[in-house]
Design a binder for this molecule. Structure first.
Ligand code: NAP
Length: 327
């Protein structure tokens, strides 16, 4: 029976991935920082049978030994700091968790393959932030890597290590993810901050969303689609890099407009947005849009949820949560 190991299993993508793999009959193990919280309990109720191991991604000895003990066939490395904004507050921690931990995972996978004599396959969750101030638009697998944030730099190191271990004979695929969202996106991210606030403003008829740069363009997709891409990529005959993106960009202002309209604010949506210097970032990757032609061609992967639908699903979820909390 196939065995999978997931770091970051309690995150947005990790949860969807665990559910997909459990539904396929795969035995799923995952690393979780804590076992006695709502996130872990929710995960176990959505993906019954998942085996959670409590530990820290920054503990290299523990992580290496865990992979040796679990003996997975498929390893998905999704754990780490995933917020660009937070990476500016904790650049060293970001390097450790989003960069160095990938080297630990890949080293342990390679050793397991050597010791056991059977193939171990790996998927590194890479990021469009490795392109930073991208040399061209749209970005694809050949776009030069030149990050502009601590997060982008840590992910760039992990991305290069995936290539290094691939060269050493390990089956390592990467998905270079552009932004992807869902109702499970943490509130620290601008998209969820907007949909949560829009639901409240819609209910109360008043309120303002404080945002940073409204003109930043991002390529936003639906998280379960991106999880599906990971599974296709890790199981493809040839391990390589795949840009996973919708190819469509929208500004933060457009995201806020769509959310506020969905929450019932109509043309009055503009009155509910304010730019606040507190949320401007030191350096922002200005215009990220992905070209997923290679994933379409080689993996048969497609994005299935458009921008308006994605925003609508997130707002509807936050409206429902608000109604429930108001009794
Ligand atoms: P996420 O929701 O932030 O999940 C990150 C996961 O890492 C969580 O499970 C978190 O655990 C875990 N983690 C953080 N620090 C840890 C530590 N010290 N020890 C153990 N676990 C730790 O991220 P996501 O949105 O699912 O993204 C999945 C991957 O794709 C990430 O590598 C991210 O960088 C990459 N990616 C995502 C996007 C996107 O738009 N979502 C775009 C590009 C790349 P807790 O639950 O305990 O916090």
């Amino acid at each position: 029976m196939t065995r999978a190991f997931i770091t970051g299993i309690t995150g947005q993508d990790g949860g969807y991935l665990a559910e997909q793999l459990v539904a396929e009959g795969i035995v799923v193990h995952g690393l979780a920082r804590a076992l006695d919280n709502d996130t872990a309990r929710d995960l176990l109720s959505r993906a019954p049978g998942v085996v959670l191991h409590q530990g820290d991604l920054g503990d290299a000895d523990y992580l290496g030994q865990l992979i040796a003990d679990v003996r997975p066939d498929e390893i998905y490395n999704l754990g780490g700091i995933s917020s660009v904004a937070y990476s500016w507050q904790e650049p060293v921690l970001t390097a450790r968790l989003s960069g160095l931990a990938a080297a630990v995972v890949l080293g342990a996978a390679w050793k397991l393959q050597e010791d056991s004599g059977r193939r171990v396959t790996c998927l590194q969750a890479s990021s469009a932030e490795i392109f930073g101030h991208a040399a061209g638009s749209p970005q694809d697998e050949s776009t030069p890597v030149r990050p502009v944030s601590p997060y982008g730099a840590a992910k760039a190191y992990a991305h290069h290590m995936a290539g290094v271990y691939r060269g050493r004979g390990l089956h390592v695929a990467t998905c270079i993810f552009f932004n992807h969202e869902s109702p499970r996106r943490p509130h620290a991210f601008v998209t969820r901050k907007i949909t949560d606030a829009a639901a409240r403003i819609g209910a109360e008829g008043s309120g303002v969303i404080h945002l940073g740069n409204l003109d930043v363009c991002r390529d936003w997709g639906w998280a379960p689609d991106y999880v599906d891409a990971m599974v296709r990529a890790i199981r493809h005959d040839i391990a390589t890099d795949y840009v996973i993106a919708t190819g469509q960009t929208h500004t933060v202002a457009e995201f806020a407009e769509a959310a506020l309209r969905r929450a019932g604010l109509g043309d009055g949506w503009r009155d509910h947005i304010e730019v606040d210097a507190e949320f401007l970032r030191p350096a922002e990757a200005p215009d990220l849009v992905g070209d997923a032609t290679k994933a379409h061609r080689e993996l048969g992967w497609e994005s299935t949820v458009g921008f308006e639908e994605l925003v609508g699903r997130m707002v509807a979820n936050d409206m429902e949560l608000l109604q429930r909390s108001n009794g």
